[in-house]
Design a protein around this ligand. Structure first.
Ligand SMILES: *[C@@H]1O[C@H](CO)[C@@H](O)[C@H](O)[C@H]1NC(C)=O
Ligand SMILES: *[C@@H]1O[C@H](CO)[C@@H](O)[C@H](O)[C@H]1NC(C)=O
Ligand SMILES: *[C@@H]1O[C@H](CO)[C@@H](O)[C@H](O)[C@H]1NC(C)=O
Ligand SMILES: *[C@@H]1O[C@H](CO)[C@@H](O)[C@H](O)[C@H]1NC(C)=O
Ligand SMILES: *[C@@H]1O[C@H](CO)[C@@H](O)[C@H](O)[C@H]1NC(C)=O
Ligand SMILES: *[C@@H]1O[C@H](CO)[C@@H](O)[C@H](O)[C@H]1NC(C)=O
Ligand SMILES: *[C@@H]1O[C@H](CO)[C@@H](O)[C@H](O)[C@H]1NC(C)=O
Ligand SMILES: *[C@@H]1O[C@H](CO)[C@@H](O)[C@H](O)[C@H]1NC(C)=O
Length: 338
């Protein structure tokens, strides 16, 4: 009887699929076997879907798109990806399981889904580490794993993903060390986000001062990772950044002149909660509604005068001196306790 949540999810899928598939004529099969040619399943935002991720989905070797995001699907992914790993040619390109309640580890068999381009697993309670096999997903372009309960390590094999454009693994608590190997072949990377959930520094960036990245980032957001004590030299060829945030990273240094000379056009500048010293130039260029966080550092000299495009800035808890510029009151300025 269809009493368990798992069974009702499978029946629901069968009903929905049966309206679009001739495979079902002549009786509803007990399994998905008759649907093996199905290529596209989109049951996103049906928040009424609950129950476990059916293992039988792993038999759909022709599946290219599976979108089950914004539901209440629980259980683990393992049986599903183990099943797909048995396909002679797994075609899955787009897998969106975000905004569910899927837990357990990210399975190693994920590495057999060789054609994956978009892997979206954010907003779940997944835990553990990213499996080494991630490095086998050579077509991967986007990897979203933000807002999970990940508490393990990030494997260096990630550095093999030469098609990867977005790596968004923020709001987890990663551990271990990130090295140049983690980035060795990330030639396409544009967006990197590793914002730790807690302020404990459990992830260390250990790259040499001579390292020159092969990527040109547009978006960089690192929080509560140990990047310092030196200001990261590897930013020196990152001249396409519009969002740069390296905060609470234990950088105890002066921001070098070459950084200001990158001539960036910024929407967000965030170096808050470090021990940065020296003065802030008035020459930084900002896009409309830009936001600046330089609070909780050791900056000195006069308060910087930012372009009128900067609508909010945080300069408090530094050692600035001199008068407060006149238009500060009209903007969302936080300069208390300079
Ligand atoms: C993979 O295929 C083998 C052989 O057909 C089978 O015994 C096994 O149960 C399959 N594994 C999964 C996870 O479907
Ligand atoms: C990943 O690739 C390596 C080397 O090509 C291979 O030995 C391994 O079995 C693959 N693992 C997975 C999970 O795809
Ligand atoms: C880096 O990627 C290129 C293809 O873009 C490939 O030929 C090369 O083998 C890769 N190197 C490593 C170390 O993965
Ligand atoms: C952070 O570190 C403190 C002190 O070492 C420890 O008590 C606490 O449990 C840690 N919190 C997390 C979330 O790891
Ligand atoms: C950083 O890398 C250097 C050189 O490879 C090594 O000697 C050092 O132990 C590493 N530090 C950490 C914290 O991993
Ligand atoms: C932060 O830097 C200071 C000195 O620069 C050092 O003593 C401290 O150990 C660093 N903290 C961490 C978590 O590495
Ligand atoms: C900035 O901080 C670094 C590291 O603490 C120190 O060596 C340097 O002298 C400081 N520079 C200024 C101008 O205070
Ligand atoms: C503010 O942003 C606009 C739109 O991008 C840009 O054209 C303008 O030069 C900026 N103004 C300043 C003062 O930076």
């Amino acid at each position: 009887m269809a009493t368990s949540a798992k069974t009702s999810f499978e029946l629901l899928l069968l009903l929905i699929l049966s309206s679009s598939s001739n495979q079902l004529r002549g009786g509803v099969p007990g399994e998905f076997a008759g649907l093996h040619l199905i290529q596209h399943i989109d049951l996103s935002e049906n928040s009424f879907i609950d129950g476990k991720l059916p293992r039988n989905l792993g038999k759909l070797c022709h599946l290219r798109v599976l979108d089950l995001s914004f539901n209440k699907i629980s259980g683990e992914m393992t049986e599903f990806t183990d099943g797909l790993s048995n396909c002679t040619n797994c075609r899955l390109e787009y897998l969106h399981l975000g905004y569910n309640i899927l837990g357990g580890n990210i399975p190693n068999s994920l590495g057999y889904l060789r054609n994956l381009k978009h892997l979206l697993l954010h907003k779940n309670p997944f835990s553990g580490s990213i499996p080494d096999s991630i490095g086998n997903l050579s077509s991967l372009e986007e990897f979203y794993l933000s807002e999970n309960g990940m508490k393990g390590t990030i494997p260096a094999s990630l550095g093999q993903l030469s098609s990867l454009v977005v790596l968004d693994i923020k709001y987890n608590q990663w551990e271990g060390v990130i090295t140049e190997a983690h980035f060795s072949n990330l030639t396409s990377l544009k967006e990197l986000s590793i914002v730790q959930s807690y302020s404990n520094i459990t992830l260390v960036f250990n790259v040499s001062s001579e390292w020159i990245p092969t990527f040109k980032l547009k978006y960089l957001n690192l929080k509560s990772c140990l990047v310092g004590p030196k200001f990261p030299r590897w930013l020196s060829n990152q001249n396409e950044l519009y969002y740069v945030a390296i905060w609470h990273a234990n950088i105890s240094d002066t921001i070098p002149d070459w950084f200001w000379k990158l001539d960036l056009f910024l929407d967000v500048l965030d170096f808050s909660y470090n021990q940065l010293n020296g003065t802030i130039p008035n020459t930084i260029k900002f896009g409309p509604n830009a936001i600046v966080f330089l609070n909780y550092n050791r900056f000195t000299g006069p308060l910087p005068v930012f372009s009128s495009n900067v609508t909010s800035f945080h300069l408090d808890n530094n050692f600035f001196s001199g008068p407060i510029p006149e238009d500060f009151g009209e903007r969302n300025a936080h300069v208390v306790r300079c």
